[in-house]
Design a binder for this molecule. Structure first.
Ligand code: MTE
Ligand code: MO
Length: 424
């Protein structure tokens, strides 16, 4: 047995024993009453203080609207325009107008169009009126396909796009819906996305509907997040969720015409599951247990486990195992629902009727698909040296990251590796 293999075997045994002692091996914490995340779930040994401290310091589950990362395009950025200008161009709730029209190039046959010119465009009051009957809310992480790390986690509220679609009394030749927002009236700044008409009309499996969103975490959607109204596509990466929405076009075009198709992006790729660290000691003394925390994005394939693995930095790895499938990974603990949700929710309560939560505001399943979950692990101490810590998700089908969809331009799923120096 070579030296590396010996190290790995020993460390794995040690890690197993360690986890068993902590009573956290593979703990999936479903349906538990809300407790502080730093406390161990009921019936399990209390968490060691260094791990409890790291968990206590974790980001809130939901992101305050103003703390979302912003990747808006536009010169000037539409949300930076003075209020006067915003009112003028329809970027205020009082002046917002939505046109819903047939594509002049590939016309869909509609009974009517909603147009500003003849005073039939939809305004904000009319949207809220539809909301009285049809509004939905759901939790979703907003992630840029290209950046990889989530921009924020929110409860998005709005009217299903199909309610507005049906106002045009479509007859035939509708195969796709594309849509765009305010772009400084400059064609070069147009940012467009599109969906098959079927996705607008029906929600596959248990997905929430595609919505015209006007609230985030119970507050009016602010200008920076794309207010007054943006599209939100539950299962998609950020580029499908067009901000400052102004136009919906019904078309007989048979294929995607998203702006994001430029730049080599896979525009039909739903959210992937992946794990990343949030805290770990960059340097630690030999023999000291190593507390690690992180998050997992829960894509359409779900999340059954988060796993971690630490190995000497110089360790060589067989070239035919580029996803480290044969490494001695150990299970981290997926943390249960938090005792406080954060995100500036009023009274820290999940808004009533939010999909995926029961009438008392408890999640109906955990971890929640299309959301984020936090995880933690305490690794046993190591001898002095330079190490690489990796983490990965295992989805509900048992498939380990970055599979089943490893390609970068379909969204980030590469296995994260960070360095930890253990000092003698
Ligand atoms: N109108 C418009 N909508 C847009 C974009 C844009 O540039 N213009 N960027 C998209 C992309 S690529 C992403 S990742 C998300 C980011 O949403 P956020 O800025 O609210 O975090 O918005 C999407 N919607
Ligand atoms: Mo993006």
């Amino acid at each position: 047995m070579n030296q590396l293999q010996q190290f790995l075997d020993e460390h794995q045994k040690l890690t197993r024993r360690f986890f068993v002692r902590l009573g956290v091996a593979g703990a999936a914490v479903a349906g538990l009453p809300l407790v502080g995340r730093a406390q161990a779930p009921r019936g399990q040994a209390p968490r060691p203080p260094e791990l409890a401290k790291a968990i206590e310091a974790l980001e809130s589950f939901f992101t305050p609207p103003a703390k979302f990362r912003d990747v808006s395009r536009g010169k000037p950025l539409p949300h930076s325009l003075p209020d006067e200008k915003k009112r003028e161009v329809g970027l205020s709730r009082e002046t917002w107008k939505l046109e819903v029209i047939s594509d002049p190039d590939k016309p869909a046959k509609l009974g009517r169009e909603l147009k500003s010119a003849d005073g039939t465009a939809l305004d904000f009051d009319a949207l809220l009126k539809l909301g009285e009957k049809h509004a939905v809310r759901f939790a979703k992480v907003m992630t840029c396909l290209n950046i990889g790390c989530p921009l924020g986690m929110g409860i998005w509220e709005g009217v299903p796009l199909r309610e507005v679609f049906w106002l045009t009394r479509p007859r035939e030749d509708v195969r796709r819906v594309f849509y765009y927002g305010y772009h400084n009236d400059d064609p070069k700044q147009l940012f467009r996305s599109s969906l098959p008409v079927g996705r607008v009309l029906e929600d596959p499996f248990d997905l929430p509907p595609v919505i015209l969103c006007y609230k985030l975490n119970g507050q009016w959607l602010d200008s920076q997040r794309g207010g007054p109204v943006r599209v939100v596509v539950p299962e998609a990466y950020g580029f499908k969720s067009i901000k400052w929405l102004s136009h919906i076009v019904l078309t007989n075009l048979a294929h995607a015409n998203d702006t994001y198709a430029n730049g080599n992006n896979d525009v039909d790729s739903p959210l992937k599951s992946f794990a990343a660290t949030l805290s770990f000691p960059a340097e630690i003394a030999a023999g000291q247990p190593i507390p690690v925390t992180g998050y997992a994005q829960v894509g359409i394939s779900g999340l059954s486990k988060v796993q971690v693995w630490i190995a000497p930095e110089k360790a060589e790895w067989p070239a035919d195992d580029k996803y480290f499938a044969t490494a001695p990974w150990t299970d981290a603990e997926i943390l249960g629902p938090p005792s406080a949700w954060g995100g500036e929710l009023a009274d820290d309560k999940i808004p009533e009727g939010t999909l995926g939560f029961d009438s008392t505001g408890q999640p109906q399943s955990w971890p929640m698909r299309l959301g984020k979950a936090h995880w933690a692990a305490l690794l046993p101490g190591l001898p002095a040296g330079d190490y690489t810590l990796r983490c990965r998700t295992i989805d509900e089908k048992g498939i380990a990251q970055p599979l089943p969809r490893p390609f970068r331009k379909s969204g980030h799923a590469a296995i994260e590796a960070v360095s930890i120096k253990v000092k003698g």
